[in-house]
Every structure is written in C-alpha cells, then in structure tokens.
Write a new protein. Structure first.
Length: 155
C-alpha cells in the first residue's frame, strides 16, 4: 500500500506534541526533538491538532508549527522569522575586518573557506603584497550587499 501525498499524520495524545521543526510526535516533556535535534517551545498552541504530511518544498514553522514554504523567511501565521538555510554563518563584517587587519597572512581567506588561497597569502606574506590585496578585498567585502555576500560565500 503506497503512501498518499494527502495523507495526514496521527493526532498527538494529551502527553505528546508535534516537533516545531520536523513535525514528529514527541513527549511534551522532551526539550529537544530526538529526530531533528531542535529545541522545542513549550508555548506551542494547538498541540493536539492534526499535522499534514509536508512536501519537499515545505517545512514546519519553528515557532508555531504551521506548514510554510521552505523559502519563506517569515511565517505568515505567527510572523516569526525562520532560521536561515545558509550552509555557513560567515558574515561580511568579520571577513572585511579580517581582510583589512590580517590580510597579510590571508586569515580572511581561511575564514571564507579558501584554504588554498590562504596558504598562498602566507607564502607571500614577506613581500607585503597580500596586505595590499587584503585591504582592497576587505573594502569589497564591507561594501557588498548581504545577499551578494551570502550567495558567494555562504551557499
């Protein structure tokens, strides 16, 4: 018997609730979901409501448990901003400051995940050229939009 996309999950009983992240039924007293390791909010309303099975392009709101689009930044039901889907938490401010202050040694390249370029900066640090390049890159990082920076270094 194949699972139907419109199939719904069983209802949680009085001592159970739905995980805010993955929708799994868990004990109300558990603080972290054993399936997805997300901390639970004890103020979740409607914990006994029936949760629909979600598609690949949907997720549960981390605050209220409503089904929302994976690309949604804010839940339409409760208005809470969702966790970022970025692979890394690198910020342009940290990258820019590292490039300006420690660009001579390529620390910003290591921070951004370009280990090979970081090693090249270290090998040529005695020339002073990496310091000039680091200054320029630091200014570039700091003037980039957040979206461009995230697209280039956090995806």
């Amino acid at each position: 018997m194949e699972a139907n996309e419109n199939e719904i999950k069983p209802t949680a009983n009085s001592n159970e609730q739905y995980c805010h992240n993955c929708g799994a039924i868990i004990n109300k007293e558990i603080e972290i979901c054993p399936k997805c390791n997300v901390t639970q909010n004890s103020n979740l309303q409607n914990t006994n409501s029936v949760k629909p099975v979600i598609n690949n392009n949907e997720q549960y709101c981390t605050s209220c448990g409503a089904v929302i689009n994976k690309e949604a930044e804010i839940c339409l039901k409760c208005g809470v901003r969702q966790k970022s889907n970025l692979k890394n938490d690198r910020t342009k401010v940290v990258a820019g400051i590292l490039a300006i202050l420690l660009g001579l040694f390529g620390v910003h390249k290591f921070y951004l995940g370009s280990i090979g370029l970081g090693i090249v900066y270290v090998l040529f640090c005695w020339t002073g050229i990496p310091a000039v390049i680091g200054l320029i890159e630091g200014i570039i990082y700091l003037t980039m939009t957040d979206d461009n920076f995230n697209r280039k270094y956090n995806m």
